[in-house]
Design a protein around this ligand. Structure first.
Ligand SMILES: [Zn+2]
Length: 235
């Protein structure tokens, strides 16, 4: 079922009870100006902020430095300026470290945060929306919070279900409890997240989020490694 997110009451209801996250591409689309008009007055009304992950900022900085693609670089720089100005206006908050690969970061962040937060992801990337929506079918959640995934289009957002309910009853596969090889703390790997990692050829994590982020930060020393996704779990 597709719902065009246009009703003011519906948006206010969601924005007052959900935490809104933005993917990198949201800021790079022509429709960003239109989206700003839709989102920010309502967020302000609900006394809420749009959340931008540190990994998204890192991705934008990387694009802004891509001298071989000037049009993209200009757009990314404009996005960074825009975000900084919205941070100053207390309409955006930046959360999380900047060492991760954004798509992976959304999945690992949401896997944990959905236990305690209602989440909406705004993105123009149907692939990511599908991957995130798939988390809704995982058992790791142990809650009934459903992550909403809103697709950005020219005139606003579409709220729909992007992932098909898994035929093989993947939903019934319980989350795997693993133990961090560094600190020994337990962490959970949902069947959906494992599926995502396996299909992308990314190694299964052996560290908890805290240790993984710290190790990545040290290893990368601020460099944004090409294909960094391959290293997750191996560091
Ligand atoms: Zn650990």
């Amino acid at each position: 079922m597709i719902i065009r997110v246009s009703s003011n009451d519906y948006m206010l209801k969601i924005l007052s009870t959900y935490k809104l996250y933005a993917d990198t591409n949201i800021f790079l689309q022509n429709s960003w100006e239109k989206c700003k008009e839709i989102i920010f007055p309502r967020l302000a009304q609900c006394n809420r902020k749009l959340i931008v992950l540190g990994s998204v900022m890192a991705e934008l900085r990387k694009l802004a430095n891509a001298t071989d693609k000037l049009a993209v670089a200009c757009r990314a720089q404009k996005a960074i300026n825009d975000i900084n100005s919205l941070v100053a206006q207390k309409l955006i908050r930046i959360e999380g470290d900047d060492a991760s690969f954004a798509d992976h970061d959304f999945l690992s962040t949401f896997t944990t945060r959905r236990l305690s937060e209602n989440i909406v992801l705004l993105s123009a990337d149907k692939g990511l929306l599908e991957d995130v929506d798939r988390l809704n079918y995982s058992e790791s959640v142990r809650s009934y919070r459903r992550i909403l995934v809103w697709y950005q289009e020219s005139s606003g957002f579409i709220n729909t279900r992007w992932a098909k309910r898994p035929k093989n009853d993947q939903a019934k596969v319980p989350a795997e409890q693993r133990y961090c090889v560094t600190c020994g703390k337990p962490f959970y790997l949902s069947a959906a997240h494992r599926y995502f990692l396996e299909t992308k050829g990314i190694a299964i994590p052996i560290h908890c989020d805290d240790c993984g982020n710290l190790i990545k930060k040290i290893a990368e020393k601020g460099r944004f490694l090409k294909g960094v996704g391959r290293f997750f779990g191996n560091l």
